[in-house]
Design a protein around this ligand. Structure first.
Ligand code: PEP
Length: 255
């Protein structure tokens, strides 16, 4: 039996789609929305330049606007950065934090993620915190130790998780590689993460947190992953760029 948690599928477009391409996606995808299951939450995280345009398309719908990142500071001399107030003003409801591409390329750490999540939570935006091990770490038997260390970024929350907090388990070796984790691997990792949440915030809070799987989710493998009780939907890169595929993922999560 599936849990009472409403499944969520988040599109992470990364550095894809100009504002015009993003608008064309919305025209196509939103025309499919009436045919999609209502018991699944959906969100799209375009690149910053497309946020306003996508936000205008999504505003009258049930699809939420998400951001791919946010800066740790509230404002000031940080060339090229985007603040939480800017996101709020555009109607952004949630933001990714800790994506492995930022861990790898920007050398961001748990201390950065912790501050970003606190900043988002204080402004009423839901953090979508991404964790996951590399292949070397998995092969070395260190998956759980790595996940536990990454969860230290939740320490600034004190005793309570912020409303709407979402966790995304994204094994680095599965992202963009076409090699998704097996449902069993994902279930094991999700169960471990939920147990850590329960240790830290209590089982009731932990039981309400949606834990998404991310890494080469496609319409072909989504049903097998999303039908597992521990997997509350997905954070999806490549397959979220095609309206028909994103719609198929919504069906897989909500069916
Ligand atoms: C991601 O980058 O969050 C992701 C899961 O990408 P992909 O679906 O392309 O593996």
């Amino acid at each position: 039996m599936k849990s009472a948690r409403t499944p969520l599928v988040v599109a992470n477009w990364k550095m894809n789609k100009t504002p015009s391409e993003a608008a064309a996606f919305c025209d196509d995808f939103l025309s499919r929305l009436p045919g999609l299951p209502e018991g699944v939450d959906l969100a799209i995280a375009p690149a910053f330049p497309a946020l306003e345009r996508v936000g205008r398309h999504l505003a009258p719908t049930r699809v939420k606007l998400a951001a791919q990142d946010v800066h740790v500071e509230p404002k000031g001399a940080f060339t090229g950065e985007v603040s939480v107030a800017m996101l709020t003003d555009l109607g952004v409801a949630m933001a990714l934090v800790g994506h492995s591409e930022r861990r790898r390329d920007r050398k961001e750490t748990e201390a950065d993620f912790s501050r970003k999540m606190k900043r988002l939570a204080d402004a009423g935006l839901a953090p979508v915190y991404c964790v996951g091990e590399t292949l070397e770490e998995r092969d070395g038997g260190r998956t759980e130790a790595v996940l536990a260390a990454q969860m230290a970024a939740l320490d600034l929350f004190g005793d309570a998780l912020p409303p709407g907090f979402v966790l995304a388990y994204e094994p680095v070796w599965a992202i963009g590689t076409g090699r998704a984790a097996t449902p069993e691997m994902a279930v094991d990792a999700h169960a471990f993460l939920r147990a850590r949440l329960a240790d830290r915030f209590g089982s009731q809070s932990a039981g309400g947190v949606r834990i998404l799987y991310g890494g080469s989710v496609t319409p072909a493998n989504a049903k097998d992953l999303f039908s597992r009780d521990e997997i509350d939907g997905g954070l999806v890169g490549g397959a979220s760029l095609v309206p028909a595929d994103f719609a198929a993922l919504a069906v897989a999560a909500g069916g």
